[in-house]
Design a protein around this ligand. Structure first.
Ligand code: PMP
Length: 356
């Protein structure tokens, strides 16, 4: 047998496509749900001074007590729940999938949703099953409960708010799914900061099979790569065994500790993004672009010709995400990350001819 990837790499991995990040040099970058604001200069300088003191010759302290305390304060995580840290919440998804990948195990998720649910499942040897949302992107609860019944999933992923649709599923429906699930249900709150307080954090610990995932990425710290799972002690203890010993590096830990200590600055940016979302939505209505309700830092829109609009925006230096062709429910859809007021103005200005 030839010693090539084609013969040696697992078939399902060869069939995957790598998570693709488009080059964005010099573009207005509205494709990845980043906070568009830089750190305030004094805070950036303080971070520089703090990072200069980090002992990079030493491995980081993997128990990260100071950082976990900051995360608890910033996110209102009670002491009764435990935390496991990830190199971004992407890594948390992978750790969960690894832990549950018994032979034949199934991972279930609504579709369309975050692409990494499927990727991490397949990477870890789980069988992935998607359940279509309704055309308005609400959960099809009957179909979902039916899928739970037939596939008996080891893990079910629910993004709250959902990406790329931006909406919040019914909280009651999620709790019924938790109750009906024989496996773990992971509620992924990557966008909690923009949801006006909607969260299932208060439910964690009340159900033996509910875990919450969060990240600091959308708070303005995407470059640090720091995410977390929040859950009952018994679940976190198992996940902790699969976390690579030094998965979060010392510089990210030190920076996150400092910046979460000064989180008022980040929270102000988050408020500005939420206000801009309202302004962007009003502008989209004004120029006649069909949009879906958003509780996140992006807005999903449907235009007459998605690929053409995407190309025209790109010609004008604006990078968004297009989803046409990725799922039948996302025909001609573009996902617009909320940028700064100036970026959003440029987006609207470029959208008018792009959809003409
Ligand atoms: N969950 C959802 C729903 C997301 O949209 C994203 C990022 N796009 C993530 C998790 C991963 O975020 P990170 O790895 O930056 O924490």
């Amino acid at each position: 047998m030839p010693k090539t990837p084609a013969s040696l790499v697992r078939e399902e991995i060869r069939a995957l496509e790598a998570y693709h990040v488009k080059p964005a040099q010099g573009m207005v970058k509205l494709d990845a749900m980043e906070n568009p604001y830089a750190l305030p200069a004094p805070l950036a300088a303080e971070m520089g001074a703090r990072l200069a003191k980090v002992a990079v010759n030493r491995y980081p302290d993997p128990t990260a007590p100071a950082l976990k305390r900051r995360l608890r304060e910033a996110m209102g995580i009670p002491d009764s729940l435990e935390i496991v840290l990830g190199n971004g919440s992407d890594e948390i998804l992978q750790i969960v999938a690894m832990a549950l990948a018994r032979p034949g195990a199934v991972a279930l998720a609504p579709e369309p949703s975050f692409a990494m649910y499927r990727m991490s499942a397949i990477a870890c040897g789980l069988r992935y099953v998607g359940v279509a949302l309704r055309p308005d992107f609400s959960l099809d609860e009957r179909a979902f409960l039916q899928a739970i019944e037939t596939t008996r999933p080891a893990v079910t992923w629910i993004a709250y708010p959902n990406n790329p649709t931006g909406n919040l599923f019914s909280r009651e429906a999620i709790l019924r799914i938790v109750a009906a699930s024989p496996g773990l249900v992971v509620v992924d709150e990557a966008y909690y900061a923009f949801s006006g307080g909607a969260s299932l954090l208060a439910e964690v610990g009340r159900h033996p099979n509910l875990l919450l995932v969060r990240t600091v990425s959308k708070l303005g710290l995407a470059g640090l790569r720091l995410g977390l799972a929040i859950g009952p002690r018994d679940w976190i203890a198992e996940l902790e065994k699969l976390r690579l010993p030094y998965n979060v590096n010392a510089l990210s830990m030190a920076a996150a500790e400092l910046l979460l200590d000064h989180r008022a600055a980040l929270e102000e940016q988050t408020r500005a993004i939420v206000a801009e979302r309202t302004r962007l939505e009003a502008a989209l209505d004004r120029i006649g672009v069909a949009r879906f309700p958003s509780a996140a830092n992006f807005v999903l829109v449907r235009v007459p010709d998605g690929p053409r609009a995407f190309g025209r925006l790109r010609e004008r230096g604006i990078l968004v995400r297009h989803f046409h062709g990725s799922h039948p429910l996302l025909e001609h859809c573009l996902r617009l990350t909320v940028g700064t007021p100036d970026e959003n103005d440029r987006l609207i200005e470029a959208l008018v001819p792009a959809i003409a």
